[in-house]
Ligand binder design. Structure first.
Ligand code: RP5
Length: 242
């Protein structure tokens, strides 16, 4: 039974490694400075966004599964040994009662970035609170939920490393400029496929009176109703009594 479990575990790890290699179109890095942890292989579609960003900034990283609840010893070993192995920032993503980032932060002085994952029936609100609501003294830099959060974790890790690595700092500057240019291009495309002023013109045309047909008597202006003052009395109130 134990053998069967061991074989299954090895197979799962192999599958995970292969998936990671192919989905990130890279090879495991030689000297990782960022460690990406996730509670389950089901978190990979979200957490690979962090890896993709690090790759874009030319930052070496490693990825592994470690669960605060299912493999607490592995989490402990990883967190305690990370700094000695040259890791400078740890990104930890987990869903449900997500204690992973907090447990890691309790065991290291490295900056820990938490990514709450929206994998639960509560759509990640549980993970968000569990990751963000750390008691004083044990900070976890909590990102937004899901893929955007994982992407931001990659950028944030780069920003931390960029304070002492000029190459990374410069790549971050380029990233910002490119992002701005992307938005501008999208805006231009939007203007090209839609005429922004058209709905405004249509609304204005609908408000204008139709031109009178030739020879037709000019439309009379509707007469305003006037209240005749009753002899000796006041004009009737025009609205409901206050
Ligand atoms: C958490 O439980 C993991 O981070 C994952 O988001 C969630 C569900 O894990 P699986 O049941 O999919 O393995 O620890």
């Amino acid at each position: 039974m134990k053998h069967a479990q061991a074989i299954q575990f090895t197979f799962c790890n192999l599958q995970f490694t292969i998936y990671t290699i192919f989905s990130l179109k890279g090879v495991p890095m030689a000297k990782p400075v960022v460690g990406i942890l996730m509670g389950s292989d089901s978190d990979l579609p979200v957490m690979q966004e962090a890896g993709a960003m690090l790759q874009e900034f030319g930052i070496e990283y490693e990825m592994t599964i470690a669960s605060a609840h299912r493999t607490p010893k592995k989490v402990l070993e990883y967190s305690v040994g990370a700094e000695k192995r040259g890791i400078k920032v740890i990104i930890a993503g987990a869903g449900w009662a997500a204690h992973l980032a907090g447990v890691v932060a309790s065991q290291t002085t490295l900056p820990v970035i938490g990514v709450p994952i929206d994998s639960s029936p509560l759509k990640g609100i549980d993970a968000l609170l569990a990751t963000a609501q750390m008691p004083g003294g044990v900070p976890v830099a909590t990102m937004s939920l899901g893929k955007a959060g994982a992407k931001n974790a990659g950028v944030f890790a780069a920003q931390i490393l960029g304070t002492s690595d000029v190459k990374v700092a410069n790549r971050l500057k380029v990233f910002k400029v490119e992002m701005e240019r992307d938005v501008e291009e999208k805006s231009k495309r939007l203007i090209a496929i839609t005429s922004v002023s058209a709905p405004i013109k249509a609304a204005a045309a609908a408000r204008e009176p139709e031109p009178a047909a030739e020879g037709a008597p000019a439309k009379k202006k509707p007469r305003r109703r006037r209240w005749k003052k009753k002899p000796g009395g006041a004009a009737p109130a025009q609205g409901p009594a206050a």
